[in-house]
Design a protein around this ligand. Structure first.
Ligand SMILES: Cc1ncc(COP(=O)(O)O)c(C=O)c1O
Length: 420
């Protein structure tokens, strides 16, 4: 099997050819949304050309559209390791799907019940559960964060859990600091307390294989635009639970969770994104001849994970020599497997927005702010100073781009520390 090579895949991503002046752009904005391969763009356009129709018609475009929708559910079931495509729901985005689910769960919560959320999570995995608890008269408990490493404090999880806990909502990885949470263990403890486990995999999805069976989760959400697809949200749930929950639906609709007409063209692009990732597995994965899509996806994501860890180690080796730079989160190279290649940084003398603007001026695109990891950024004491700058690598990031980032950060930091 050939070694993973981002330069072999980059030509498939038209946006990666964009330049600022004579320098190619370095896209480190992936945690806010990744670039897409040509086949995703083509799938969206082709849907409009040949399959554009509503659901359930007697004519060819509708039949083709429905076949694509079935295949997209099957592809996403393979991506997350679901038992059945029927457990996959598409929707507007993760936030809207999670609010829809939480509104239904609110109807089965009782006063005195408890839900557990974490202070590390994106607000999209907090607000829906806090609202559901408020609607039902239930209580919210929170899992604290160890500020030195930006990891979850599992003792505080234990303190939050009780026989009253009905649901634990946790992220697979933090979109701000890249921390990968010990979700298998968290789900085990949630189940031991008799609670459901809802896993937000939005940030993790482009960085490693998803496996709802191995996680033993009850629900998992992600978003295709974070894994090289269009702006489409995805919810997986155990069939037995989804079927039993009171869904908010209109009477004739067959599907209990997919409300209204879906973003068909976006779902066509999502299918293409999953096929792209399976193709990465075919090319660079450790797979046997005739492997199926699930096996190819796991192998592809493992290959991506290996490449991204190399990039992370390169950055972690270079950051300590940059004057005034603080990395918020796991900095220990020995713990690289506990993080995604997403790094929250601040540099003395620079506001996060000014630093992001200076990076943009050098053709390096990175986000600043709190990225809706608002509670974490508050806990870190950075809410009043503009949050952090987040640099996020994707599988299309090269070692040369990491070096360009390090050199640029080094000269920006030196400019401020020398008062220039
Ligand atoms: C970890 C995490 N969860 C949830 C969301 C919300 O996803 P969506 O934009 O699909 O609602 C994001 C988006 O940035 C995220 O990074």
């Amino acid at each position: 099997m050939p070694a993973f090579d981002p330069t072999a895949l980059r030509p498939e991503f038209p946006a990666l050819a964009l330049a600022e002046g004579d320098r190619p752009v370095v896209f480190l904005d992936g945690p806010g949304g990744t670039q897409v391969p040509r086949r995703v763009i083509d799938a969206v356009a082709d849907y409009y050309r040949a399959s554009n129709a509503n659901h359930g018609g007697a004519f060819a475009t509708s039949v083709r559209s429905d076949a694509m929708l079935d295949e997209a559910h099957a592809a996403v079931a393979d991506l997350v390791g679901a038992a059945s495509p029927a457990e996959v729901t598409f929707g507007q985005n993760m936030t809207s799907l999670t609010f829809a689910l939480s509104r239904s769960i609110a109807r089965v919560l009782r006063p005195g019940d408890e839900v557990v959320v974490s202070r590390l999570d994106h607000e999209a995995n907090r607000a829906p559960w806090i609202a559901a608890a408020a609607d039902a008269g239930a209580t919210v408990r929170e899992v604290a964060v160890d500020r030195a490493t930006c990891t979850l404090d599992l003792e505080s999880l234990d303190a939050a859990l009780s026989a009253r806990t009905r649901l634990v909502a946790v992220g697979l990885a933090s979109n701000a600091t890249g921390t990968v949470n010990p979700v298998v263990e968290i789900v085990r403890r949630a189940h031991a307390a008799g609670a459901w486990a809802f896993v937000d995999a939005v940030h993790y999805a482009p960085h490693g294989p998803l496996d709802v069976a191995a996680l033993d989760a009850d629900f998992l959400a992600c978003s295709a635009y974070k894994f090289f697809g269009p702006h489409v949200g995805i919810l997986w749930g155990r069939a037995a639970i989804l079927d039993a929950l009171p869904a908010y639906k209109v009477r004739p609709a067959e599907d209990r969770w997919e409300t209204g007409t879906q973003n068909h063209e976006g779902i066509a692009g999502t299918l293409a994104a999953v096929e792209y990732l399976a193709g990465v597995g075919e090319r660079f994965g450790d797979v046997r001849e005739g492997a199926g899509r699930r096996e190819l996806l796991v192998a592809g994501m493992r290959a991506i994970e290996g490449h991204e860890r190399t990039l992370s180690l390169r950055l972690l080796a270079g950051l300590p020599s940059i004057p005034g730079l603080v990395l918020h989160g796991l900095a220990d190279p020995a713990r690289v497997a506990e993080r995604t290649p997403t790094f929250a940084i601040t540099i003395g003398g620079w506001s996060p927005r000014a630093l992001a603007e200076a990076l943009a001026g050098e053709g390096i695109y990175a986000w600043d702010g709190d990225f809706y990891a608002t509670t974490l950024v508050e806990d870190l004491g950075l809410a009043g100073s503009g949050g952090v700058v987040r640099v996020g690598f994707a599988h299309y990031t090269t070692a040369a781009e990491v070096d360009r980032l390090l050199v640029t950060l080094g000269s920006l930091a030196a400019a401020r520390s020398s008062g220039r």
